[in-house]
Design a protein around this ligand. Structure first.
Ligand code: NAD
Length: 499
């Protein structure tokens, strides 16, 4: 059995704990490798070496650090197919989707190539007589990134790019279900010129996360994962005096107004609801058609599109629409939630529970599932399903639909499909959600904006990537400087005898 260890001080090293987690092949249900779960002693040693390496890295001028990002970006491009294959192999997502996973991470690295521009400070000259004030942005020191399974390349890149470009060292703790991509990215960063020890990739689960949260040397924590863990990590990191930004789960709604282009709305829902088997924090999991006629027209268009979807392993070709979910537990939980929807009175229009893929009978597949007449008290509405399940909540008016979105405890993304600019503007202005799409279903902002939800989708301050990331990964030091009149005023050019 293949054993995966850690990336420490510029080398792949075997773990010493003797404890492992299985890495599944979600398409076959088999264990394909196992990953070592680090001990606190391994973490302590990695942090100590990172702290040492960080001093010289922070003193390296920002443009040289940016050049490492440039070389890293080139290497990611050269290794795109290999990275995508790694993502698909452990996660199970389709090959084109895996390329997108790498690409959206690479775009953050591209912004980090311009890091010096974000790291410029502020200055007021002559703030008083002979007094200047300037503010510098300095690295935090050693920071940690803790990432989820669903974007094995993109989210580690969102974390490591800005943190390192700012002059920090990073302890990256990827999801124990998909560790290989992070280890390979670390190798590429070394080839790009990152000094050893500045990025340490340490594998593990809860024990090592708790070690990070309690570690005195670690100054900041960037987390992405489910809401209960995000809330826990934020609380513990903040209580220990660390800067923390913790991004959590979601329940993203798409409102479909009666004047929307119904075919385009249906196409958008298919991609946003079922792409990546619904395992995206920006997946649309709730369709909110306004008016009964709109709802009927939408369902009528969704069903034939759903019936055409091809589910299978990523190895079956690029025409596969989505693959398995991540684990057997996840599949069983999704199937149980579908069952609860039926029991609680929703109308199951398409049932994905009995899907069988020939040759992959033990894989963790769930077929595309569509519910109509879902109400807000049902578990399928209240819980983040994180599977290929789309719920339709019929709404009587725009205000009613808006209220549904606003009352939901999550606030990651939302969308509206309409032909009316006034409605769209009103929605964008009033809705209490962090990322909004107008006739655009998964509004993940490009890398020079920033990504972050509201309400229970994010804890802490500032967003991920973009300008906010450079603020999160640096602290401000403000200097007030006065120079008394010196040689300029007192110098004399006359040839004088010594007094
Ligand atoms: P998860 O919360 O189970 O795990 C995330 C990370 O936390 C992993 O590295 C894991 O090892 C660690 N972890 C798990 N349980 C822990 C515990 N009890 N104590 C300490 N650490 C623990 O999330 P996941 O299943 O890997 O990812 C899916 C979730 O991530 C979904 O809820 C999804 O919406 C969310 N997500 C959010 C965003 C965002 O930017 N808001 C992006 C992607 C995914």
């Amino acid at each position: 059995m293949k054993e995966i260890g850690h990336w420490i001080n510029g080398k792949l090293v075997a773990g010493t704990s003797g404890r492992f987690a299985d890495i599944m092949n979600p398409a076959t249900g088999e264990v394909q490798a196992r990953v070592s779960l680090a001990t606190r002693a391994e973490l302590d040693a990695a942090v100590a070496d990172a702290a040492h390496a960080q001093v010289a890295w922070a003193a390296t001028n920002p443009q040289r650090r940016a050049r490492v990002m440039m070389a890293f970006g080139a290497l990611i491009n050269q290794n795109m197919e290999k990275l995508a294959e790694m993502v698909s192999r452990e996660h199970g997502k389709t090959f084109p989707d895996a390329r997108g996973d790498v690409q959206r991470g690479l775009e953050v690295i591209e912004v980090c190539m311009g890091a010096p521009a974000f790291l410029k400070g502020e200055m007021t000259d002559n703030a008083g007589p002979g007094i200047d004030i300037y503010a510098m942005r300095q690295a935090l020191g050693v920071v940690a990134g803790i990432t989820p399974f669903n974007f094995p390349a993109m989210i580690p890149l969102w974390k490591m790019g800005p943190a390192l470009a700012c002059g920090n060292a990073m302890i990256l703790k990827p999801s124990e279900r998909v560790p290989s991509t992070s280890l390979f990215l670390a190798e590429l960063l070394q080839q790009a010129g990152l000094p050893d020890g500045v990025l340490q990739v340490i594998n593990g689960a809860k024990e090592i996360v708790d070690g990070i949260l309690d570690h005195e040397t670690i100054q900041g924590v960037g987390f992405v994962g489910s809401t209960p863990i995000a809330q826990y990590i934020y609380g513990r990191a903040a209580a220990n005096g660390k800067r923390a930004q913790c991004f959590g789960g979601a329940k993203n709604h798409m409102i479909i107004m009666p004047d929307a282009d119904m075919d385009k709305a249906a196409d958008a829902l298919i991609g946003a609801g079922y792409g990546a088997a619904g395992e995206r924090c920006m997946a649309i999991s709730v369709a909110v058609p306004v008016g009964e006629k709109t709802a009927d027209a939408l369902i009528e268009r969704l069903v034939p599109r759903i019936e055409k979807l091809k589910v299978g392993p990523y190895t079956a070709g690029e025409d596969v629409d989505f693959g398995p979910v991540i684990t057997a537990q996840s599949r069983d939980r999704i199937n149980a939630l579908i069952g609860s929807g039926v029991v609680q009175g929703a109308k199951l229009v398409v049932d994905g529970r009995s899907i069988k893929i020939q040759g992959y009978e033990n894989g963790f597949f769930v077929g595309p599932t569509l519910f109509d007449r879902v109400t807000r008290d049902m578990d399928i509405y209240k819980q983040e399903i994180f599977g290929p399940v789309l719920s339709t909540v019929r709404s009587s008016s725009y205000e009613d639909a808006l209220k549904l979105v606003m009352d939901n405890e999550y606030g990651n993304g939302t969308a509206i499909f309409t032909a009316d600019g006034d409605t769209a503007r009103d929605f964008a202005s009033r809705v209490n959600v962090g990322m909004v799409g107008i006739n655009f279903p998964i509004p993940v902002p490009l890398s020079y904006y920033s990504f972050g939800g509201w309400k229970k989708s994010a804890f802490g301050d500032l967003n991920q990537y973009g300008p906010d990331a450079f603020r999160f990964y640096t602290k401000t030091k403000t200097v007030t400087a006065r120079w008394f009149s010196g040689i300029k005023a007192g110098a004399s050019l006359n040839f004088k005898a010594m007094d």
